[in-house]
Design a binder for this molecule. Structure first.
Ligand SMILES: C[S@@+](CC[C@H](N)C(=O)[O-])C[C@H]1O[C@@H](n2cnc3c(N)ncnc32)[C@H](O)[C@@H]1O
Length: 343
């Protein structure tokens, strides 16, 4: 078994304070939002995608304006100290109890902590968040936690149904925001929103046809490799519009087409975050992350940040492969978080 080294980057509070004080003159006084003391009953709307907006002539009825009192020049509600901590380009994230990691429910779920961090970085309270490839609703949970309105789309009704159930189990919605899950192809997103209303799009799309193979579990130690998913294909669906069925080139074209439609819905300088990983097939690497960057730039987005999701805390009992002739890093140890904006 291979022991993976961990390294962590710490900021000492004193250093942060010093840095902030030095910049004090530049930082406008942050008038923090008064906490909405509205403990109204859960006002989340759970709508069945099939009944929503059938004719697409009416846009969704959902708020998108900030409800906090932060200055308009701020892009989020973070304090200067929180901002400094978020400058680290490597993110280590943890799954919490509410996270769903059962691959029989959904084969590829990111932790609530991922969209949560993006929402905190790129939106204010009350603003509108979009997840074009919602899966089982992780982004909507994060949005509700943080008092943001949010809408997510997925091709598969079973994932939308699961999301709806999941959201209904949350007891309170303190901020009177809405989180809506809709069963539709992401290509249709422009039919649901007015232009310049979305403050953040955050998602993890299918990683091209990565799941469309029999699972060989090569990264797992050999005696544990034959688990219940071994030799099984775990794809989202066979729908030809499902990005998870597409070869990398067609996939990049589909991503470009979908995000071209989303661009005008974003507010100017709104961020658009895509969590992605590269694809290995028959000893060949398909750098899906660079295909996505190319596709996004082609349709008008500007790449701002590349963040590495350090997944070493989630990997254990790894197997050895490639030794001693073919060096291949473990793709389970990190993923890309690509951050674009609408220029
Ligand atoms: C990686 S998963 C997202 C998982 C999600 N982040 C979560 O935590 O549950 C990608 C999702 O995209 C959906 N999908 C694939 N093609 C789509 C399309 N054209 N439009 C909308 N959703 C699509 C799949 O059904 C799948 O659930």
């Amino acid at each position: 078994m291979i022991e993976l080294n961990r390294s962590e980057l710490y900021f000492k509070d004193g250093d942060v304070d010093k840095e902030i004080n030095m910049n004090q003159s530049k930082i406008k006084k942050n008038t923090n939002s008064t906490k909405t003391a509205n403990y109204a009953k859960n006002r989340t709307i759970f709508e069945d995608g099939q009944n929503i907006n059938k004719d697409h002539t009416k846009k969704l009825d959902i708020n998108f304006k900030k409800t906090c009192s932060c200055p308009d020049s701020h892009i989020n509600c973070l304090t200067a100290k929180e901002w400094v901590r978020n400058q680290v380009a490597i993110w280590e994230l943890y799954y919490e109890k509410r996270d769903i990691r059962d691959k029989d429910i959904h084969p590829a779920v990111f932790p609530i902590a991922l969209p949560k961090k993006c929402i905190e970085l790129f939106t204010h309270k009350g603003e509108l968040v979009l997840d074009p490839f919602l899966g089982i609703g992780t982004t909507l949970i994060a949005a509700q936690d943080l008092g943001r309105n949010a809408v997510g789309f997925d091709l598969n009704q079973k994932y939308i149904d699961f999301t709806t159930k999941r959201l209904s189990q949350l007891e309170f919605n303190f901020d009177n925001t809405k989180q809506i899950a809709i069963c539709d192809d992401a290509i249709n997103i422009p039919k649901y929103f007015n232009e310049n209303t979305i403050s953040l799009s955050v998602t993890s799309p299918p990683y091209a046809n990565i799941l469309n193979h029999k699972r060989l579990n090569k990264s797992i130690r050999s005696d544990l490799r034959r688990n219940k998913y071994f030799n099984k294909v775990q794809q989202y669906s066979n729908n030809p519009r499902d990005l998870g069925t597409m070869r990398p080139k067609k996939y990049a074209e589909a991503i470009a087409e979908i995000y071209k439609g989303i661009l005008p819905l974003l507010k100017p300088r709104a961020h658009c975050v895509i969590n992605i990983n590269d694809l290995w097939e028959n000893n060949h690497r398909y750098p899906t992350h660079s295909y996505v960057i190319e596709a996004m730039e082609k349709v008008g987005y500007e790449l701002r940040n590349i963040i590495i999701w350090d997944k070493r805390n989630l990997v254990n009992k790894v197997g050895i492969f490639g030794w001693p002739s073919n060096y291949i890093t473990l793709s389970t140890t990190f993923e890309y978080i690509l951050d674009f904006w609408r220029p």
